[in-house]
Design a binder for this molecule. Structure first.
Ligand code: FE2
Ligand code: FE2
Length: 235
């Protein structure tokens, strides 16, 4: 068994439900189950990404990164379903994934660059930063361990996304202006959505940040990390 998995499973086995409020445990299970389904869908996103790269003759380093990232997402999905199952006290796993339209638009360099910018450069960067903050705030050892692994992996996925965008821009310099505009528009959208904090139960101990806290952290990350990165990338 790999080191990360055995260390995680040890802390999961040591989890003591009796020390927690039942409704908080139920909400923590639901929160991690939702995250697990997103992570599971991310496996397909990287499978699709590797086909998109092949379709535009991308270099082998990017292809290798895409395949490694898909394996990372399998790991995230396993971690998140294991946490959800432990908190629920019953097994929770993935259902069928609708992949019917997964290969629409494959073959367009512009489409690949735009999607990578939005989902990777912005989405994976914010995911890495949020997971890092959630890990620091979590007091449950298994949730903290999972988030530390997820955060490090998502940061690598963001780097892969930037490398892909740089390669696509070098292949077709005419893309740069459009990508710069898309970045500005989508970053504003990523930090503008209004999540309401209607629950009185604080799940920070389980690695689930309150929505208002997440938004504040996202805005700080956009200002301090993503906007400077875009200035370097697009001038
Ligand atoms: Fe992930
Ligand atoms: Fe990721």
């Amino acid at each position: 068994m790999t080191d990360w998995l055995s260390a995680f499973e040890e802390s999961l086995a040591a989890f003591e439900p009796a020390g927690h409020d039942r409704s908080a445990l139920g909400l923590a299970a639901a929160g991690w189950a939702e995250r697990a389904r997103d992570e599971h869908a991310s496996i397909a996103a990287f499978d699709r990404f590797s086909l998109e790269l092949l379709a535009v003759a991308a270099p082998p380093e990017l292809l290798e990164g895409a395949h490694v990232a898909a394996l990372d997402e399998i790991r995230h999905s396993r971690l998140a379903f294991a946490l959800a199952s432990t908190y629920a006290g019953a097994p929770i796993g993935p259902g069928p994934l609708d992949v019917d339209r997964a290969l629409e638009h494959v073959g367009s360099l512009a489409q690949l660059a735009e999607a990578t910018l939005v989902e990777g450069c912005i989405g994976e960067s914010l995911a890495a930063i949020e997971a890092e903050w959630a890990a620091e705030a979590a007091t449950e050892p298994a949730a903290r361990a999972a988030l530390q692994i997820i955060s490090a992996d998502e940061a690598r996925h963001a780097e892969l996304a930037w490398a892909t965008v740089r390669w696509a821009s070098a292949e077709d310099p005419a893309l740069t202006e459009r990508l710069s505009a898309v970045f500005e528009e989508q970053l504003a959208r990523a930090v503008a959505f209004a999540e309401t904090d209607c629950s009185s139960v604080d799940l920070t101990a389980f690695g689930l940040l309150r929505p208002v806290r997440r938004m504040a952290l996202r805005r700080a990350a956009a200002r301090d990390i993503l906007e400077p990165a875009a200035r370097v990338a697009f001038g």
